[in-house]
Design a protein around this ligand. Sequence first.
Ligand code: NDP
Length: 370
Amino acid sequence: MGSRRKFLEKASVAAVGIPLLCYSSDLLASSSEPYDGRMLRVAIMGLGSYGNRVAKAMVDCEKAKLVGVISGTPSKIADWREKYDVPEKNCYNYENFDAIKDNPDIDAVYIITPNGLHCEQAIRVAEAGKHVICEKPMGINAAEGQKMVDACKAANVKLLIGYRMHFEPKTMEVIRMRMDGEFGQPKFFQGQSGFVIGDPTQWRLNKKLAGGGAMMDIGIYSINGARYMLGEEPIWVTAQETKTDPVKFKEGIDETIQFQMGFPSGAVANCLSTYAMNNLDRFFLNGSDGFAEMQPSTGYGPIKGRTHKGELTQPHITHQTLQMDGMAELIFEGKQPIVPVDGEEGVKDMKIIDAIFEAVKTGGKVEITI
Ligand code: NDP
C-alpha cells in the first residue's frame, strides 16, 4: 500500500487547487494514519478484460477489497483464487450466485458482464440483499435501467454505475471551474468517442448481448460527458447514422452515429460515436468566458487537457482505484460525488440513447424529458 499512499501524499501537495471532493477526500488529504474503517468487500461478476483491470486496480484501494468472484469459467476462478487470495466459499457461477444472500462476507457485487445481461443479474444481486455496482451501460434501454433502480430500492440496497470519470481529478477540476462560473455561460460541447472494433464474433457486435453498437459502448461517454461538462440535461436530440460495413455492423448494431443535443439554456452539443475510427477521445467545452479541451478525455489515462487558464495539472491516479474507494465512501460513509454515480444517473444516459436511436430511425428531432 505504501507506494499509493506516498503518491497520494505527493499528489495532495501538487493538487492544491483541486477541490477536495466529497469522495476519497480522506485519501487525498494525505493522512499518514492507515485506514482502519469498514472495508467494502466486493465480488466481481464476469472475469473478462475489464474485470481484470478493476481487480488489479483494487489491490491499491484502501477502503474496498476484492473478496469474491462469480464466473462461468472454472479455470478463471482457479486463477483468480490464487492471484487475489479469494476463498473458495466466496466463489460462485451464474447458476448458483443467488446463494450469496447467505454469505455475510460479501457486501457488494460488481457486474462486469455483457450489457444485455446486466439487468437480470443486477435484480438477482439486489434480491440477494447485496449492493449492486454495475458497469456502463447499465442495461440496454431505459426501461431495463428503471427496473434495476426499482429492484434495488425495493431490496434497500445501493445501485451504483461504473462511471469512473466522475472520480477523475482533471475531469473534476473542469466541472469545478464550470460550477464556479469560470467559463461564463457554457454554450457548446463537442464530444468525440470511438475506436476501431476488431473480432466480428465478439459479444459487442451481438445485438442481444450488447443492445446496440458503438453508442452503448463508447458513445455513452460523449453523452455522459456533455451532461457533466455543460451541467444541464438535454431537452431534444437529433441523430444521423452512417454504416460502411453492413456485414460487421448488422441491423441494430450502430457503426457511426453523429448526434446533437439541445439544452434548456440554449447550449448545444455535437457528438460523434463510432466503431470505425481510432484516435477519437476528445471533449471540448466552450463558454462565454473560456474553454476546456481534453484529449484523451475518457481513456484509462493519464487524461490530458487545458483550459483558457492553462494546462490541467491534477495528478493521474488509476481511475478504478479512485472509483472503488469513492464507492466505498458512498456506501458506508454517505458521501456523495459531485456528479452522481447512482442508478438514476444511469437511467438518464439510457433515456438519451433510446432517443438517439429513435432520432436515427425517424430522421427527426426527438424531445426528451430527463
Ligand atoms: P469481456 O468480453 O472482456 O468480458 C466479459 C465477461 O463476462 C466474460 O469474460 C465472461 O466472464 C462474462 N460473460 C458472462 N456471460 C457471457 C456471454 N454470454 N458472453 C461473453 N461473456 C460473458 O468484456 P469487457 O470486460 O470488456 O466488458 C464487460 C462490461 O464492462 C461491459 O458492460 C462493458 O461496457 C464494460 N466496460 C467498461 C469499461 C469502463 O471503462 N468503465 C471498459 C470496458 C468495458 P466469465 O468467463 O468469468 O464468466
